[in-house]
Ligand binder design. Structure first.
Ligand code: ATP
Ligand code: MG
Length: 430
């Protein structure tokens, strides 16, 4: 059918034509916003999940909710090895610009911007140039507030001041932090401490985070009370009803229907993972001659969808791995498959709670499920000492390709990554 009218949107952070299956999270966030604006204690949300399940898209939807309630908002994407100061300054600058037109005392806004500038300029002496960049703020930097150089003290002061501006106009400030697992230890710790402090004083400011499944572990390693500070929401693959809705609703708006068997086939291939729902939906639309879309159309389109995923979803990530890391990933993939087939290293590989199991949909998904793999098994399979593989493992975790949910095991952050890897030729060059 006409590719120009194709409604589906596979891509990182791409707004889907229909945000399916996230009503619970959206409703929960409404309550959080309302309670915080009224000075009531409330835990902020932390969205966790595998790659491509829709964390960024949901974070953006939550931000829209905050904006429609006239909150000041800003967004940050954390990067490994980047200090929080600069991106947080930019995000708060944005948030305060949203609040400023409704604020009656421009002087207070300027005072805050002076503090914000001082905070931004107080990057660690050894910080890289990009971390020392200052936001384009015209007012001179203030002194004596949020500029001590101790990130924890500075954050509390800065966020308290931002919250006060929002309280003046009867709303709040929400900072959205994507890829939160990539924050440095000192920044995580300071952020938790600041959130803790602000929540105790009833200040209307929240940090809404999104990250990989091990984000809760990252936060609680920094501050043990983080479990009580945040409400963790597991963002998962869509159930059958939501996956169908994600496909059917956008098509219906274009006057196109699906045969039930086509939806069966699409759910079987996508496993309900939002990125795959969009990718297979898009390819199927392009290949289908007309409405209704049939199971045969899905079959015909499948190789094209898989070729796109191999490049855009899997390949772009695989390319980030060094030859040694690829070897590690391959061993993981083989062990995960063996465990899934029940014929692997007996009794060691446990099903990864973050990854779907075939019990979820009777009849089983077409794609095999990747299990968490004990690192000791990987070492054995590669004939290496476990310690010698630590650099590869740590680097893969840092690159966001794998995570360690349970001690001594690793799992892929990318759904269906094992199957993709098993289809790749082994690297011979190093
Ligand atoms: N609720 C949903 N319904 C339908 N499609 C969705 C939904 N959520 C996300 N998608 C689609 O899934 C894809 C991935 O979304 P997104 O980039 O937000 O995932 P992510 O979890 O942030 O992934 P990553 O960990 O790689 O950053 C996008 O193409 C998006 O349009
Ligand atoms: Mg994302």
């Amino acid at each position: 059918m006409d590719p120009i009218r194709n409604p589906y949107a596979p891509g990182a952070g791409q707004r889907p034509p229909e945000l399916a299956g996230r009503d619970r999270e959206l409703a929960a966030f409404e309550v959080v916003l309302e309670r915080i604006a009224r000075g009531r204690p409330e835990r902020s949300l932390m969205l966790t999940g595998l790659r491509g399940v829709g964390k960024t898209v949901l974070l953006n939807a939550l931000r829209s909710q905050a904006i429609s309630r006239l909150w000041g908002t800003g967004k940050i994407e954390a990067r490994p090895d980047q200090s929080l100061r600069r991106p947080l300054s930019a995000a708060l600058h944005m948030a305060v610009r949203e609040l400023a037109p409704r604020h009656r005392a421009p002087k207070r806004i300027d005072d805050f911007l002076g503090v914000l500038k001082a905070f931004a300029l107080r990057a660690a002496p050894g910080a890289k140039l990009r971390d020392r960049w200052q936001p384009g703020i015209d007012v001179p930097a203030a002194s004596g507030r949020a500029d001590s150089g101790d990130i924890e003290i500075d954050l509390v002061e800065l966020l308290t001041d931002a919250a006060e501006l929002a309280a003046d106009v009867g709303t709040g400030v929400a900072v959205f932090l994507d890829e939160m697992q990539d924050l440095g230890t000192a920044d995580v710790s300071a952020l938790c401490a600041a959130c803790h402090e602000l929540s105790q004083s009833g200040a209307p400011l929240i940090v809404v985070g999104a990250g990989l499944p091990h984000l809760p572990a990252v936060l609680s390693a920094a501050k043990s009370y983080s479990e009580r500070l945040f409400s963790y929401q597991r963002i998962d693959k869509l159930d059958r009803i939501a996956a169908d809705q994600a496909l059917v609703a956008p098509a219906a708006r274009e006057g196109v229907e699906y045969e039930p068997k086509a939806l069966d086939a699409l759910f079987e291939t996508s496993g309900g993972y939002p990125y795959f729902v969009q990718a297979y939906g898009k390819a199927t639309w392009d290949h289908a001659p007309g409405s209704p879309i049939t199971a045969a159309d899905v079959r015909v389109a499948r190789p094209a969808a898989e070729a796109e995923l191999a490049v855009g979803f899997f390949g772009s990530r695989y390319e980030r791995a060094t030859p040694a890391e690829r070897e590690y990933l391959r061993a993981m993939a083989d062990l995960a498959a063996a465990a899934a087939a029940g014929s692997g290293t007996p009794g060691t590989a446990a099903p990864d709670p973050a990854v779907s199991t075939s019990d979820d949909h009777p009849g089983g998904p077409a794609a095999p499920v990747d299990h968490a793999v004990p690192t000791a098994d990987i070492a054995r399979a590669l004939g290496r000492r476990p310690a010698s593989l630590s650099p590869a493992r740590d680097s893969l975790i840092k690159k966001g390709l794998i995570y360690s949910g349970e001690r001594g095991t690793v799992a892929f952050t990318v759904p269906h990554f094992g199957r993709y890897l098993r289809g790749q030729p082994t690297d011979t060059v190093s």
